[in-house]
Design a protein around this ligand. Structure first.
Ligand SMILES: C=C(O[C@H]1C=CC=C(C(=O)O)[C@@H]1O)C(=O)O
Length: 492
């Protein structure tokens, strides 16, 4: 007899697995009643590897919350579907508030099953999601409460699948629930089995690479602000920098597009994965909206007791031939203006990590990261001997936003942006990622991205502005930075 009446025994979740899951839920319910507070229950089993884009595409239809993550750094993948628990937080303290709620939730959690033993970094139930670039302005939010994505959206998924196509044949399927004192554990377990049945397909085929984009009739584009106005703003930023108000600011713009057919997001993700293998692929589905992208920049990674942050700033186009490309690379590495733009970021990363680690070291000079659309100066900053008790959310709080997306000094440059940029950045320039129960995890900087709803999309790009920046050159740089999402969405 199956332990859960009415639940089908999948090959994936046989009767013994269902019994085991029910036992975890029962133990959590007993703990919740004893302690008179909700308790996190988490159960895991091994799963054959499923392509993460195929799994996300299949599963997101059945839930109103989803996350896809494929890391450029350890090639690990994560698909999170449904919600076991939301950690809501607001304002400038949204990151530490989230961290404290997570720490509280982990107290006395109940786990069981057979976790994967050869996964990339991270263990147990995860907290996933992201934070917007800036805290929402309370007055503006009251006027327009329909903000596209919340300023903090971190949640424990009901179902998570972690794996790595490159290294391991097996993945880990994990089911999570937050069990309240009055909950019926049998019902909780049954809902989780049902979710797994719906979301994990028996067979998933990766979509054929190169699926042609659906035909569209003349998409309607709109620049926010219009191009000439944006270049004027660059000029104004340069004037403020020359007058000594601040040293650097990152000015962004938005392009909105409406087409006659809904965007095909799985196809867009396939194209991004194929064209930008050195980028981290992400998609966050929240109700009818999806925020997707392929970012070359991580904010912070914490694993094996070490912390890494990436200084990525300074951009040049790619050349059409090897000779031209090498010439553009030389201009990138030789430019004093670009070196300055880059150094500001590295300096801030080193200063932010110093109080948290026994040793902090920045790479001896920037390397060049070559992507299909642009090349960047990149410097890894490493911290070793992390102070006890610090997890990745402490580092996210210290580092976000870096001068690769905000400016320097922080207060003056962000103040100027708020007054002058005229853009609702939302999650563009924000940070997306995950943490595990031990505080390890990865957070990326959300760039080369778009917020999509049905047949409309908002694409974003920005540039670091310093005293010698030229408005036309910066504008052209935004065009190159917009290209990944334009191509992925079948717009060029
Ligand atoms: C702000 C963006 O890129 C940042 C990351 C790399 C290089 C940058 C730059 O050269 O300006 C930016 O700091 C963006 O892509 O929208």
């Amino acid at each position: 007899m199956p332990a859960l009446s009415g639940a089908t025994a999948l090959p994936l979740l046989g009767h013994a697995s269902q019994d085991d899951l029910l036992d975890v839920c029962r133990r959590a319910a007993r703990a919740a009643r004893r302690q008179r507070r909700p308790v996190l229950a988490s159960w895991a089993t091994r799963l054959r590897h499923v392509d993460p884009i195929a799994l996300w595409s299949h599963g997101r239809v059945h839930t109103d919350r989803s996350l896809l993550w494929q890391s450029a750094w350890d090639r690990g993948s994560l698909v999170a579907l449904g919600t076991a628990h939301d950690l809501t937080a607001h304002g400038d303290s949204r990151i530490p508030a989230t961290r404290k709620s997570w720490e509280r939730l982990l107290h006395d959690s109940v786990t069981g099953g057979h976790p994967g033993d050869d996964l990339p970094t991270g263990q147990g139930p995860l907290l996933v999601g992201g934070f917007s670039f800036a805290a929402a302005d309370a007055a503006a939010a009251a006027e327009s409460p329909a903000t596209p994505l919340p300023e903090a959206l971190m949640w424990v998924p009901a179902l998570q699948v972690r794996g790595s196509a490159a290294l391991y044949p097996m993945a880990e399927l994990r089911l999570n629930a937050v069990v309240h004192p009055d909950d019926d554990p049998e019902q909780t377990a049954k809902s989780l089995v049902h979710l797994a049945e719906q979301c994990v397909p028996e067979e998933t085929a990766t979509r054929a690479d190169g699926t042609p984009p659906p035909s569209r009739t003349s998409p309607a584009f709109r620049d926010l602000p219009p191009a000439e106005q944006w270049k004027d703003l660059v000029g104004q930023a340069v004037d403020r920098i020359r007058s000594g108000a601040f040293e650097k600011v990152v000015l962004a713009r938005e392009v909105t597009v409406t087409t006659d057919v809904p965007f095909d997001l799985p196809a867009a993700l396939e194209r991004l994965r194929r064209t930008y293998p050195d980028a981290t692929l992400f998609a966050v589905g929240h109700g009818a909206r999806t925020f997707i992208g392929a970012t070359p920049e991580y904010l912070v990674r914490l694993s094996g007791g070490n912390v890494h942050a990436l200084g990525l700033a300074g951009t040049a186009p790619r050349g059409a031939t090897a000779g031209l490309d090498a010439e553009l690379e030389k201009q990138l590495t030789d430019s004093a203006k670009i070196q300055h733009e880059h150094d500001v970021v590295v300096r801030v990363l080193v200063d932010a990590l110093h109080p948290t680690c026994a040793h902090v070291e920045a790479g001896s000079g920037p390397t060049v990261l070559k992507l299909a659309n642009v090349q960047h100066l990149a410097t890894v900053v490493e911290g070793r001997g992390i102070r006890p008790g610090l997890g990745i959310l402490h580092f996210v709080e210290r580092l976000h936003p870096t001068p690769a997306l905000g400016g320097h000094p922080r207060e003056e440059s962000l103040g100027w942006l708020k007054q002058n940029e005229g853009l609702e950045r939302g999650w563009y320039g924000g940070t997306i990622g995950w943490t595990d129960t031990s505080g390890q995890g990865e957070f990326a900087v959300a760039i080369r991205c778009a917020l999509v709803r049905d047949n409309t999309a908002s694409l974003y790009a920005g540039c670091g502005i310093v005293a010698d920046s030229d408005p036309q050159e910066e504008y052209e740089e935004t065009l190159a930075k917009l290209r990944p999402m334009r191509q992925a969405l079948g717009l060029e």
